[in-house]
Design a protein around this ligand. Sequence first.
Ligand code: AGP
Length: 610
Amino acid sequence: MCGIVGYIGFQDCSFLLLDALKRLEYRGYDSAGIAVIKGGAIEYRRCQGKLYQLEALLRERPVKGNVGIGHTRWATHGAPSEINAHPHVVGPVAIVHNGIIENYLDLKEELQQQGAKFSSQTDTEVIAQLIAYFLQEGIFLEEAVRKTINKLEGSFALAILCAQEPNRLIAVRKESPLIIGLGEGEYLIASDAPALLPYTKKVVFMNDGEMAILSSEGIELKSFSGQPLSFQPVVLPWTPLMAEKAGYKHFMQKEIFEQPRAIADTVRSRVDLERGKVFFEEFCLSLEELKEIEKIWIVACGTSWHAGLVGKYMLEKLCRIPVEVDLGSEFRYRDPIINEKMLLILISQSGETADTLAALKEGKAKGAKTLGICNVLGSTLARECDHVIYTHAGPEIGVASTKAFTTQLSVLYLLAVYFASLLGKLTTEECKAYLSDLLKSPGLIDNILKQSEEIERLAPEYSKAEDFLYLGRDIYFPIALEGALKLKEISYIHAEAYAAGEMKHGPIALIDENMPVVVLAPQGKTYPKVLSNMEEVRSRKGKIIALTELGCEKISEKARDIIYIPSTSNPFLKAILLTIPLQLLAYYIAVFRGTDVDQPRNLAKSVTVE
Ligand code: AGP
């Protein structure tokens, strides 16, 4: 997704904007640019390619100013090129945009009939042309922007400069996220928190339909109709370092190794082991409210959808409430059978995924109670759900989700125990046992991470494969799905996951000596079945990488390589533990193949458009 930054204050801001953009690189982009106001004129530099190229341009032809905007573009309309790069400048106006203007062609035609000359193929230029048009009509900037945004359809986060009003920086938010940073005598805006952290942790999350007018005197927040609005700054619990790589080779590697702390931070403050109780600071349901819930829907996308599939097993097993899991992109168009007697849980690391937010809107329109499980404080999902439970994973920069996933599983685990305890489905002792297991998970994950070099040694051989098959049963099938997604999205090796019992219904035709098969084979009720699935693979010369528990020695006759996890009788805990070797396997294979692990091709960290 595109990245937006803006600054107004006392500093010369061109390289500050560049530095802030570098902290948004993980969002994926193909061109970049900045614009500043100097001596009553807009000066801008932009280029196709990466930020180091923009930096070279700025060093060669510096621009100076104390109010400016910057942008990293992920092309949606118009190929990546200098002319389509942001900022777009029309007369005295410079603008950067994240989102999609759905009616831009009609507006463009209208403007061209009035004599406007367009230089790019972007939807964004239409916005700059409209503002310039209203300014020419003698309208001041704030009103010119308001008139413009009320003509737009679609999603847009905007940062706007005007040479005629150099002490103004205007920010606009509709569907695409935007955050305001409150410094000492200086103000910033950004698409995401990491860009602000080195300058301030005090922020205001803009809501949909809000416009902010920033000046050296302060901030005004208004609705699109001009209504002044109050706002409540929050202090982000993150340090700039947390958003940096901290010595790891990639953000993804750092975030895999952060999981013990991330899970501990997500779980510890919510568990009273003495009493076998779970507390959510931001969410609680009475027994009466819980008894009214006839069905739970879980809706999400990608890795978060995999977390939802695992959550189904946890919630149904402990609470005996039917759970249906759906993809955001499907749910939103399915005319789902959902009503006020149902709880809709939406899972999203970013809290800005368009399909998940659309599912939220659909569920709310049909009266469902809504609960968000989210990693970004103040994100759209967090603010628009009836209730929210935050994962405390810290900023997840790598496009491939890792610590967000295992903290989502931890929250779903806590939620299942919380509901089961409230409903009397678990005794206090049983709750204590479940919670004690979950509290052990950070230490157990540390043990698995100590095997990372052994897993890394598998990379050279398996990185040559063109296809992978992942097999799992029961609660481990969604974990197999997650393992396959990790591999395919960062190494570009085709990988698919199947319920192991399904193999004979088709996928077994794929098995040969060139097909590595990753099999999740922990002890438990399905273990004997999985062993026979492994036999089926082995007899067709398939190369098996088995993930199993210490003590499952029989498996060594069937697998070419074995990765062990600490032994436990708790399937929920095993699901979390099995995720770690799969993340490491995908990571090391991708590193060996030399792909861009943190910013895989074609991918974005947060898919804020459909
Ligand atoms: C996972 O590794 C991917 N980056 C992607 O599938 C991601 O999980 C999906 O886009 C959902 O994102 P969200 O959790 O921020 O909603």
